[in-house]
Design a protein around this ligand. Structure first.
Ligand code: SF4
Ligand code: SF4
Length: 339
């Protein structure tokens, strides 16, 4: 049995789980579906201050699991090939790509939802998630899940939204927004952007969106096993603390160590999920949460600070180098210091 008093005293658990849940619930309560819709007094702010901390701590004591944030990785295929992609698409070749099926992702989510009581926010990602042919059906499915509060989708705006998808977003009660990355300033783009027509459709249908414009990225640097000590790897995690917990199914013939999470797994971040696709689940045993695991492992996952994947990343104690956005590469990069 997990000692919940100890768990709640754990600083990392407070930060990654309790505070993260408070932040997402606050944004939910304060949003257009929340209390601010009904009351003029800022009830959500008052709840944040006096109520939510105790609320989530009590739920932990009762063994109730609330996932603050979860990314669904539908595919590692993308219409672009950014040299510094945070999700490691530049390391995948046509022969080792991952794509889930609608049945597969539903099965993983059903297993997850049978163990947790809520997921405050889901983000649909890829690669490019619009390459997932059953996206309208997935939107329908997510919309029906009582335990999922809101979801959004991140797109690079290279694929037009079909009317079928637009209608799903329009009628959805849970879609928070469509997040569009603005790649107009990418120096060597090889594919036309469809931003204008996408934005036109979203505006016409009154679908909320955010348009993420930046003139620089931060260099992820090469991803490769650096051979750090366990202490150094833990330090790297603490300097990074990427909050983008992500889920992948274990579908596909080429996944080594599949038996370690036959029905899918949750990873600390998309770099970690992509690395297991490239090198096998067995190589990263202990890093991920097998969806078949018992509830205690869910809590434990949020206290964990040793992930083998963190040995593959740049040194997060050093400042990031600024680079132009979305530089395209033709190469399949290798998980080695030099290509
Ligand atoms: S658009 Fe670029 S950064 Fe985004 S998923 Fe594709 S390759 Fe990665
Ligand atoms: S693998 Fe570890 S260090 Fe790298 S981005 Fe993910 S959490 Fe951060």
């Amino acid at each position: 049995m997990i000692d919940t008093t100890k768990l709640l005293e754990n600083k990392l658990f407070q930060e990654r789980y309790i505070k993260a849940n408070i932040a997402w619930y606050f944004s939910y309560l304060n949003g257009k579906r929340g209390l601010s819709r009904i009351y003029k007094v800022p009830y959500a702010a008052l709840m944040k201050k006096f109520f939510l901390q105790k609320y989530f701590e009590k739920r932990v004591k009762n063994g109730i699991i609330d996932i603050p944030y979860l990314e669904l990785v539908l595919t590692t295929k993308c219409t672009m090939r950014c040299q510094s992609c945070n999700n490691l698409m530049q390391y995948f070749s046509p022969s080792n790509q991952y794509s889930c099926t609608l049945e597969g992702i539903k099965k993983s989510l059903e297993l997850l939802l049978s163990k947790v009581d809520s997921i405050a926010r889901v983000r649909i990602i890829g690669g490019e998630p619009l390459l997932f042919k059953d996206l309208p059906q997935l939107v329908d499915y997510l919309d029906l899940q009582k335990k999922i509060l809101t979801f959004d989708i991140l797109t690079n705006a290279t694929i037009n939204f079909k009317d079928e998808l637009v209608q799903r977003f329009k009628k959805s009660k849970k879609v928070r927004k469509i997040s569009i990355s603005d790649y107009r300033q990418a120096p060597n783009l090889k594919i036309p952007l469809k931003q204008e027509s996408i934005l036109k459709k979203l505006k016409e249908n009154k679908i909320a969106f955010s348009y993420n414009t930046t003139d620089h990225w931060y260099d992820t640097e090469k991803i490769y096993k650096r051979g750090r000590s366990k202490e150094e790897i833990i330090k790297n995690y603490h300097h990074c603390k990427m909050p983008c917990v992500s889920l992948m199914t274990s579908e596909g013939e080429n996944l080594k160590g599949k038996e370690l999470a036959p029905n899918g797994a949750i990873f600390v971040c998309p770099i970690s999920s992509s690395l297991t696709r490239l090198k096998g689940l067995d190589e990263f045993a202990g890093d991920f949460l097998n969806l078949d695991d018992d509830k205690e492992r869910f809590f434990e996952f949020y206290t964990q600070d040793f992930y083998k994947a963190c040995d593959y990343c740049r040194d997060f104690s050093k400042p990031y180098k600024k680079i132009p956005i979305a530089i395209q590469t033709n190469k399949v990069l290798k998980l080695e210091k030099e290509d």
